[in-house]
Structures are given as structure tokens and as C-alpha cells.
Design a protein around this ligand. Structure first.
Ligand code: SF4
Length: 560
């Protein structure tokens, strides 16, 4: 007899222990404590709540990755004494530069554009910040459960009742093994989805509840990052450098960064817009090429790469924000597109979204009602907050780049001085639809940037994946569900040349010769997956479904 599926009940469930989920849980516990203390002995107190935060990683922070420069506004609102309480930061920002790179030269901007000025901000490791936030949540009696991957929504009609977690102990063909354990059902009066970009439950609910109806399609970028340990004295702690230009072609959105961390370490990364046209675009390779630029190379000379990771970034802004409330649930953080693309910052907005969700849930607790009608006040709170003003001011940012880098820069300048530009510019095309077919290029060949890693400054993807600490149980159903692999072997091969081989920053997808059928067929190295979600987003046929693997699988990011 296989073991029975367990059911656990909570008052409030946060799915995802990133900045949004943890901030939401902490703020909710604070609100309840303040309410009960104000109620005194004779007042109406709220009975002790069972609040839980679940996380798919083996430990909180292991899947956390950001550039990362944190605007402290959100954190300071959540916890005014956050620094005294020991929130880990690498450094306060000590200087900013913006560079335009050509293949051999660097042009420093004479002044740093205001959105990229970082005075008063902090270089952080998001993983370390969330580890500390989880401790703060636990001090308030919140249950933080790592190793719980939410796989399916539990619904009664259109009302979210909670989530079902992924089973463990299933073999690769879906058969239960000796240690099979059905994933528990986590039931909750209200559930806040804080899953990060392209969240699993969010994606299912979006389709079922039409959350994105009437919105611009979301556009994403893929951020790829390494941490480098340097000889003592070689890193300017708190220094922030942003780059534009090389190696990205001018029709591809994105840019690079180098941030000075504590302990003589550089955080070096590259963001590549997932609305590029060339199917040979390779976000991992973009970072490797950027490091070969003389300016960046000189900074890294003599150092050692010690950590690697990748993540999708929701860049669509205000017009791509879905409806963020429904019966029994809310969307927060990257799951709801709370990211300022112009500033390349989302941690402060993620925290703010969690806090506004907590205030909305608190209202629901007082009313005893978590219907969409009650939870819709989340939207009103957002519209009355600084988060909305900030996102409104950059509402046209990504759209301004649709005609390339130089038009985008001109547009950004205009938007800076006019509070977002004149009128509203909408985007009607999802990023993957910008990819050109091979037949659109002369002789049917899309340009390829030749590149051979040297193993010292530049690396292949497998070396980098090793530095991400990624592991998965090998004998489990493949969590990357390709709905029709025949498309890969035929139509996609012919039309796009199998771009999954290029866009995945962990080399999960390979086309391998089938000696019987005499053709190339898809091979999926699922255990390399760093959970960035790029494939789910950028596949031109939209037939890759990223699903949650067994709990605890995935990267083990250090200081990312
Ligand atoms: Fe990212 Fe998909 Fe590759 Fe995993 S398989 S690393 S989610 S692109």
C-alpha cells in the first residue's frame, strides 16, 4: 500500500521564501502582534495564526540570486532597524560608473543617469539576505519549510484552497520507488504566490483565471552571473559599474554589471533580453564575451570564479502586471512583475509587494473573508503606494528599446525627464515571437559569435553549472516537460536550428544523433537545470513546460 497523501492546514501560506514571501510573513506577524497589543486585555484579539512560508530549495537562499544592488527603501519600511538587526550587506555603494563598450574600447558616461545612480543603496547577496529574513520570520513564530516545491494549485472552482507539493521517490517513468512519498496538500485560508518569475502555480492560475487578460504580454530577460574571488586589495568594495554595448548586438536589449562585494570579490553578470531575434543568441556566452573586454578582463585578472547562477527577470513593467488578486490568493514580487527594469532593481519592490499583501490579508482576517472582492484592496493599496509611482515613471522603459539600443537610450532619456515619456506605449508581442526563422537570414544562416572558453577567464556552461552547486535526484520524472519532441526533431530544427541549445544557460538541451532514425533528436540533461525558467519563456513554440522537480533539487547558490 503506498503511503497516503498528507494534508496540512494553515491560516496563511506564502509560496516562495524570496524577499516578497518572507517580507509578507514578517509584516503580517507584526500587524497581528501590534493589533493584539493595542487591543489590550478586554479588546478583540486575533487568535494565534498558523503562518507558513514554503520554499522549493533545500534551504532558504539556495535558489536566491540577484545582481544585486538593493535599494533599502523596502527593507527599511519592513524593519526600520534592519542594519542594527544584522541584515547582511556586502557594502554600501561607494561609487558608480556607466560604460559604453565596443569590442576594444570603453567610453565612460560623463554623468551617471539618475536611474543608475546608486548612492545610498547596498551591494548584497540576495541569498544571504533571504537567509537572514527567514531567521527573522522564525523569531516571530512563522513556520519556514524549505524542500517543499509547490507543484499544483488546489482549487474549488476558481477559488484557491492551497497547493499540492511534488511527490518524492518516483522513478524516471513515473513509477513509485521504495521511498515514495506523495507530496503533501497544503491547505490555507489564503495563499500568497511569491514564486519568482514564471512561477509554476502562477502560470497555471494565469491560464485558468485569465489573470493576464487585457495586459501587455510579459517580457523577460535572462540574468547570468558569476562571483569572482580576487587577490587582496583588488576589489573596490561597493563599486557599481553598469555596461551597455559589447557583446550584445544593438538590436538586443540588455547590459552588463560588475559590483564590488566584501571580501575581495566581484559580482559580474550580464542581462540579455528574451525578445532577441537571432536564434543563436546565447545568454551564457554573452557573459563570457563581456569578460573578455579589456576593461572587465583587467578587473578579473588574477582572480578565480567561485560561484555561478542564472535567473529570468520580468522586464514588462506596469503594463504587463497581471491581476494580482483572486478568490483565496494574491500574487507578489516577480510573480506579479514588481520590477523596475530601468533601475534593474526588484528587491525593494518585492518586499513592498509582500507588505501590501500582508496588509490585505490582515484586512481579510479582520473581516473573516478572503474573497476576490476583499483581496482586491491589494490593487488599491498598490496604486496608492510609492511602488506604483516608481513603476509608473518607467512604464514605457522596455517598449522604448523595440527599435534597438540607441532608440532605447534616447527614449530612456526622454522618460527620465518627463516622468515616463508622453502617453503610454504598449507592447503586443511576447518576447519569443521576436525570434527570426533561419530562412529570414541570407543563405538560411543566422550569425554565430565564435567563442572558445579558455578555462581561466571564460568557461563553458558545464564548468559554470558545477560552480552553481546544482544537483537533482537523477531517477525521477523529467521536470522539463516538452509537449511534443517531434517538433524539436523536425519543425524547430528546420525553422530555428533548435535554439534551446543556445538559450539555456546550463546546457540542459542537446540535439543528439539517433542512429536508428538517422536524425538529431532532443536529449534533456535535466539534472543540470539551474531553475532559471528561460526555456519555458523563450521556446518559440511554447511547448516546454518547466515543472517542479523533487523538493531540494536545483542549485545550491553561494553568495549570489
Ligand atoms: Fe533554465 Fe530551462 Fe535550462 Fe533549466 S532547463 S537552466 S530552467 S533554461
Amino acid at each position: 500500500m503506498p503511503p497516503e497523501r498528507e494534508s496540512l492546514e494553515f491560516d496563511v501560506l506564502f509560496v516562495g521564501a524570496g524577499p516578497a514571501g518572507l517580507a509578507g510573513s514578517i509584516h503580517l506577524a507584526n500587524l497581528v502582534a501590534a493589533h493584539n497589543s493595542a487591543a489590550g486585555d478586554g479588546g478583540r484579539k486575533i487568535p494565534e495564526l498558523n503562518i507558513a512560508v514554503i520554499e522549493k530549495a533545500a534551504e532558504v537562499g539556495a535558489h536566491g540570486i540577484s545582481g544585486g544592488v538593493m535599494d533599502p527603501r523596502g527593507m527599511a519600511e519592513l524593519m526600520p532597524d534592519w542594519r542594527a538587526q544584522g541584515c547582511p550587506v556586502e557594502s554600501e555603494v561607494t561609487g558608480d560608473d556607466v560604460m559604453f563598450l565596443t569590442a576594444g574600447a570603453a567610453l565612460k558616461f560623463p554623468i551617471v543617469p539618475p536611474p543608475l545612480q546608486n548612492h545610498g543603496n547596498f551591494v548584497v547577496s540576495l541569498g544571504n539576505v533571504t537567509r537572514w529574513m527567514a531567521e527573522q520570520a522564525e523569531k516571530r513564530g512563522i513556520n519556514v519549510f524549505p524542500g517543499f516545491p509547490a507543484q499544483k494549485p488546489l482549487l474549488d472552482g476558481n477559488k484557491l484552497l492551497g497547493v499540492r507539493c511534488a511527490d518524492t521517490g518516483m522513478g524516471r517513468n513515473g513509477e513509485p520507488k521504495g521511498q515514495y512519498q506523495p507530496g503533501p496538500d497544503l491547505l490555507s485560508k489564503v495563499t500568497a504566490l511569491c514564486e519568482g518569475p514564471r512561477g509554476t502555480i502562477t502560470k497555471i492560475l494565469d491560464k485558468q483565471l485569465g489573470l493576464s487578460q487585457g495586459c501587455d504580454p510579459q517580457v523577460y530577460a535572462t540574468g547570468v552571473k558569476e562571483v569572482w574571488e580576487m587577490p587582496a586589495g583588488r576589489v573596490r568594495k561597493g563599486y557599481v559599474m553598469h555596461t551597455m554595448g559589447y557583446p550584445l548586438p544593438s538590436d538586443t536589449f540588455g547590459g552588463g554589471f560588475v559590483y564590488g562585494m566584501d571580501g575581495d570579490r566581484w559580482s559580474v553578470g550580464m542581462v540579455t533580453g528574451l525578445d532577441y531575434s537571432n536564434p543563436n543568441t546565447n545568454p551564457h556566452q554573452m557573459l563570457q564575451l563581456m569578460k573578455t573586454h579589456p576593461t572587465v578582463k583587467a578587473m578579473l585578472e588574477g582572480g578565480k570564479m567561485v560561484s555561478y547562477g542564472a535567473k529570468a527577470i520580468p522586464e514588462g513593467g506596469l503594463f504587463a502586471m497581471p491581476r494580482m488578486y483572486f478568490d483565496g490568493g494574491l500574487l507578489c514580487g516577480d510573480s506579479g512583475s514588481w520590477l523596475n527594469g530601468m533601475r534593474l532593481k526588484g528587491i525593494h519592490l518585492g518586499i513592498k509587494s509582500g507588505m501590501l499583501a500582508a496588509e490585505t490579508i490582515f484586512e481579510g482576517i479582520l473581516k473573516g473573508d478572503f474573497s476576490a472582492a476583499t483581496l482586491s484592496s491589494y490593487d488599491r493599496r498598490f496604486k496608492g503606494s510609492w511602488a506604483h509611482s516608481e513603476l509608473y515613471g518607467v512604464r514605457n522603459f522596455h517598449q522604448g528599446f523595440r527599435n534597438g539600443l540607441f532608440a532605447g537610450l534616447a527614449n530612456s532619456g526622454l522618460q527620465m525627464f518627463t516622468g515616463g515619456g508622453f502617453g503610454d506605449q504598449h507592447n503586443s508581442t511576447p518576447g519569443h515571437a521576436h525570434m527570426k526563422r533561419l530562412r529570414d537570414y541570407p543563405a538560411g544562416r543566422a550569425p554565430v559569435q565564435e567563442f572558445k572558453p579558455d578555462g581561466v577567464l571564460t568557461f563553458d556552461r558545464l564548468t559554470d553549472v558545477f560552480s552553481s552547486g546544482t544537483t537533482h535526484e537523477e531517477d525521477q520524472p523529467c521536470h522539463l516537460v516538452v509537449l511534443d519532441t517531434e517538433v524539436c526533431a523536425t519543425k524547430c530544427r528546420e525553422e530555428y536550428g533548435n535554439p534551446c541549445q543556445n538559450f539555456c544557460p546550463a546546457q540542459v538541451y542537446e540535439m543528439e544523433e539517433n542512429p536508428v532514425r538517422h536524425r538529431l533528436e532532443l536529449k534533456i540533461n535535466a539534472s543540470n537545470c539551474v531553475h532559471c525558467k528561460t526555456c519555458d519563456i523563450m521556446d518559440p513554440y511554447q511547448i516546454i513546460d518547466w515543472t517542479t522537480p523533487e523538493g531540494g533539487g536545483g542549485p545550491d547558490y553561494k553568495n549570489l
